[in-house]
Design a protein around this ligand. Structure first.
Ligand SMILES: Cc1cc2nc3c(=O)[nH]c(=O)nc-3n(C[C@H](O)[C@H](O)[C@H](O)COP(=O)(O)O)c2cc1C
Length: 191
């Protein structure tokens, strides 16, 4: 008998990052609800070592100015300035590790933050929104850190660009990946 369709599996398999995102983006209430849900991602010590800084509307122009100031050539500056305009909402992902935690080392805290972001992108997809996680050298630029108000010890992990999928520019087919080669069964059996 064919098992009933599983909505979680369907969401995982159908999610694709979207390079082009148009208006609208989720509103404040929608976003806060989805972040609340994403915050249930596995997190050793429930530290929630992250915070988010949404950038939308004209704020994107100011973020673009900071990215432009951080660029290393006029041509790069021109391109960097326009980057935030690729989506109506950019969620800046700020990792805020607890230093010297007695039980939860830094790498586990980073894993918790990235797990939350992945969960959020799936939830966004499940609610009909498109997104793509983008980074780049600018995450370390003092101009960008200053604009976003990052404190010492906080790490910018890039932005989740969020909006509505454009009808053009569909994602390429996923290449098949043989994940059996990624699993090492200790009883020596294969497949
Ligand atoms: C931490 C992180 C940073 C990323 N940074 C970029 C980036 O700067 N530019 C980019 O095009 N894709 C970036 N990606 C990859 C995309 O988010 C996306 O996963 C990739 O294009 C594959 O598409 P898919 O999610 O549909 O499989 C990043 C992914 C991760 C997890």
């Amino acid at each position: 008998m064919t098992p009933p369709p599983n909505p979680v599996l369907a969401a995982v398999l159908s999610r694709r990052s979207a390079a082009r995102l148009a208006e609208p983006a989720p509103g404040r209430d929608d976003l806060e609800r989805l972040v609340q849900a994403a915050a249930t991602a596995p997190d050793h010590g429930r530290l929630r070592p992250w915070r988010l800084v949404p950038v939308s509307g004209d704020e994107r122009v100011r973020l673009g100015d900071a990215l432009g100031e951080a660029a290393s050539s006029p041509e790069q500056a021109r391109r960097a300035t326009a980057k935030p305009l690729r989506a109506p909402l950019l969620l800046s992902i700020v990792h805020c590790p607890v230093p010297g935690h007695p039980k939860v080392p830094g790498w586990e805290q980073l894993a918790a933050t990235t797990g939350m972001v992945t969960t959020l992108s799936l939830l966004l997809h499940g609610h009909g929104w498109g997104s793509i996680w983008r980074t780049g050298a600018a995450v370390q630029a003092p101009q960008v850190r200053k604009y976003l108000g990052l404190a010492d010890g906080e790490q910018l992990l890039g932005w989740l660009y969020i909006g509505t999928r454009s009808t053009f520019g569909a994602a390429a087919e996923r290449l098949p990946l043989d994940t059996t080669t990624k699993i090492t069964w200790l009883d020596g059996a294969h497949g």
